[in-house]
Design a protein. Structure first.
Length: 364
């Protein structure tokens, strides 16, 4: 058996960390991923935050997604993660399942990767009597209501997939922390959350025992992956790195890093305009902020709650689009070229979707 084949049947290390500070609930899987080397086992991390917080996706702009003033007034930390997806309120009523695996241990296609990750989650809910199902691209639903979503990213030598088991969820706080245009819109968001989200507590009428649920999940993960799962501890290298990441994730530089074109819809000069447009796609919201000069894209920022791999792909697309004529054929050709050259994967988000989003800049 070759080394690659042997490695995928080795035991998976389980890091069951219980309750940890909000930032640590994110930085731990980043640290395990970046510390991964040829001697590190594939790892499943189980963790929950000791205090509530708000978490935004890697490609999002904080002030466009989150009501920063509300969060600060109510002592809610805000954390940016290095995987895609949207802004979400999190607390100890969710247990995070964070997979940090070698690339050869998971399907190369991201859609297949999500399906594999979701399978033990769905089977866990089934074992509890909850009729959950996988809804591509990366959600888990119960009778049309969402009970969980997933995100993915590449970090160092590792592939990371994250999600959670939803014991309960504070819908009111979720609606409060999101950035909205009016209180009427906030009320609509709250009503939509009530209508389209669910939890184990809502489905069962009680909150099941956490240890019992986690035991079921680990049994299902073992069966799905066909590998043993063995409890372990973080290495000294991982612990040192997580301390560094705790400090980095706490800085404003990290939290506010996305986006440099903040004044949307502003006419700078007769032939220069800064605009912001957005398009909802099956893969998530795509927001485009751009400076257009004499019919060409002078500068552009892509953000939103989509998933795109490799993680540097949005930045590479932004660079490639600079100087491109704001014409459908030119924009699409440039995007397709980048997708081919760096093997971009963006589940539910096609090159045509990106082109359509960018071409909204040309509308009056």
């Amino acid at each position: 058996m070759c080394n690659r084949e042997a490695r995928t049947v080795d035991a998976i290390r389980l890091l069951d960390l219980g309750l940890v500070p909000p930032i640590r609930s994110q930085t731990i899987y980043h640290a395990v991923a970046y510390a991964l080397d040829e001697n590190t086992p594939d790892t499943i991390i189980l963790v929950a935050p000791s205090e509530p917080y708000v978490c935004i996706g890697f490609h999002q702009e904080l002030e466009k997604e989150v009501d920063v003033e509300y969060c600060r007034a109510h002592g809610l930390p805000m954390v940016r993660r290095k995987v895609g997806g949207g802004a979400v309120y999190l607390d100890k009523n969710q247990v995070f399942m964070q997979w940090v695996f070698r690339r050869e241990a998971l399907p190369r296609d991201i859609n297949e990767r999500f399906a594999l990750y979701v399978e033990p989650l769905v089977k866990t809910y089934h074992a509890l009597g909850i009729p959950a199902n996988y809804r591509p691209i990366n959600d888990v639903h119960v009778d049309g209501k969402k009970i969980g979503g997933t995100g993915a990213g590449q970090m160092g030598m590792a592939e990371v997939v994250v999600g959670s088991l939803m014991f309960d969820f504070n819908l009111e706080l979720m609606s409060q922390v999101l950035k909205v245009s009016s209180e009427k819109m906030r009320d609509k968001i709250f009503q939509s959350l009530k209508e389209y989200m669910t939890t184990m507590t809502h489905q069962l009428g009680y909150s099941p025992d956490r240890d019992a649920v986690i035991k079921i999940y680990l049994e299902q993960a073992k069966a799905t992956l066909g590998r043993r799962i063995v409890r372990g501890k973080p290495t000294a290298k991982e612990l040192a790195l997580v301390e560094e990441l705790d400090k980095q994730f706490a800085t404003d530089e990290w939290l506010y890093q996305k986006g440099g074109l903040q004044q949307a819809g502003v006419k700078i000069h007769q032939d220069v305009r800064v605009r912001e447009v957005a398009l909802k796609t099956p893969g998530g919201l795509v927001r485009v902020t751009a400076r257009v000069r004499e019919g060409r894209i002078d500068d552009v920022t892509l953000s939103g709650d989509f998933t795109m791999l490799p993680k540097f792909a949005p930045g590479m697309l932004e660079l490639a689009l600079r100087g491109t004529a704001l014409a459908t054929s030119a924009v699409q050709a440039r995007i397709e070229d980048m997708y081919r050259s760096i093997a971009i994967q963006s589940p539910g988000l096609t090159t045509s979707d990106l082109t359509k989003a960018i071409m909204l800049l040309s509308q009056p």
